[in-house]
Design a protein around this ligand. Structure first.
Ligand code: A3P
Length: 344
């Protein structure tokens, strides 16, 4: 029987047994027919109710068709700028602590993105799977795709998914800084000094990479309540407040619980220090290099504060965003913390 899968939004069927060229052509046809917006920095495509940036839409579609989950896989899901880099480093260190002590960690020599790649951007970027064979088990992946748009093989498995979210006001500020540090904008004097209205309007309309943010977050939130053994919902703010407690919770969820000896030896604190913003930012490997031809690796490590938005948003923007968040998350039980937490 033919193995034909539906690419969910358009209803057009793509045959996964087609040769590579045909598959890529069909994905291309599908992408061309999607609703598109030229948003703040790149073109976005609306697919399955979500805005996907031009550099990941093909990877999203092809990974839906071709990615085969393994029961031991671990997925770190998030919206950009919510703490993905931090969680990459933490999950990698927890899971691989039998192989590497913190002082010998590969994190000292490689950026977290290279150790924990993203499915749709790194492995399926051009429509075909790349570099999946060489990964050690358990495989750890990141994804920005909302739960409903994950490859079915992930949803049908018992894989563990960790979702990290962050209060939307700090996220939008972080996102703004990030976009403005991209290589094409690296002339510091030409960068806008203040977050502009066009960018904020798009964010409020949900036109942001992998947004609307409320849809992406609420989906994982709901699944985490229904299937807490499969989805762990974490927040950037909780991690800042009590990293040790959160690390223990994360390790237990992943099936890599810390032993009493490890705790007594201070291993949890060591991992927390290794993965801290101050430490990762100070490493040469995270100060040089360009990711995806356009993003300086250093742009992933900025200030890492909770409540930094007060330094960048006007009181009226804060009010507008707070109202939007209240409205979109009403009745969900999800409440964001945004009081100032600075330092490591
Ligand atoms: P700020 O821009 O507010 O400083 P992502 O990794 O999802 O792209 O998120 C980037 C945000 O996480 C940035 O926030 C960045 O500074 C912060 N960050 C990166 N690594 C971190 C770490 N190890 N600990 C805490 N925050 C970190």
């Amino acid at each position: 029987m033919e193995n034909t899968k539906n690419s969910e939004s358009s209803g057009s069927a793509i045959n996964v047994n087609e040769n590579e060229q045909e598959l890529q052509n069909n994905i291309e046809k599908l992408v061309t027919a999607l609703p598109q917006e030229n948003s703040y920095h790149f073109r976005q495509y609306k697919y399955n109710g979500t805005w996907f940036p031009s550099f990941s839409i093909r990877g999203v579609i092809s990974s839906q068709l071709l990615f085969q989950a393994d029961e031991s896989d671990i997925f770190l899901a998030s919206l950009p700028k919510c703490g993905t880099t931090w969680l990459r480093a933490l999950i990698f260190s927890i899971v691989n602590r039998g192989r590497y002590k913190p002082k010998d960690s590969p994190l000292l020599f490689k950026p977290p993105h290279d150790l924990v790649p993203n499915i749709e951007i790194d492995h399926f970027r051009d429509g075909l799977p790349q570099n999946l064979e060489q990964l050690s088990r358990p495989r750890i992946f990141t994804t920005h795709v909302p739960y409903a748009s994950l490859p079915n093989s992930i949803k049908a498995s018992n894989c563990r998914i960790v979702y990290v979210c962050r209060n939307p006001l700090d996220t939008v500020v972080s996102y703004w800084h990030f976009l403005n540090s991209m290589v094409k904008n690296n002339n510091a004097s030409a960068r806008p000094k203040r977050i502009d209205d066009e960018f904020l309007n798009e964010y409020c309309l949900g036109i942001q990479a992998y947004g609307p943010f409320w849809y992406n977050t609420l989906e994982y939130w709901k699944v985490s309540l229904e299937k807490p053994e499969s989805v762990l919902f974490m927040t950037y703010e909780d991690l800042k407040e009590d990293p040790i407690f959160q690390l223990k919770k994360l390790a237990s969820f992943l099936g890599f619980q810390f032993s009493a000896e490890e705790e007594a030896e201070g291993l949890i604190e060591e991992i927390s220090t290794l993965c801290s913003l101050g430490n990762l930012k100070s490493l040469e490997v995270n100060q040089k290099g360009i990711r995806l031809s356009i993003i300086p690796v250093s742009a992933y490590f900025r200030k890492g504060e909770v409540g930094d938005y007060v330094n960048h948003l006007t009181p009226s923007t804060v009010e507008t965003l707070n109202k939007l968040v209240e409205e979109k998350f009403a009745g969900s039980g999800l409440v964001f913390k945004s009081k100032l937490i600075t330092g490591e």
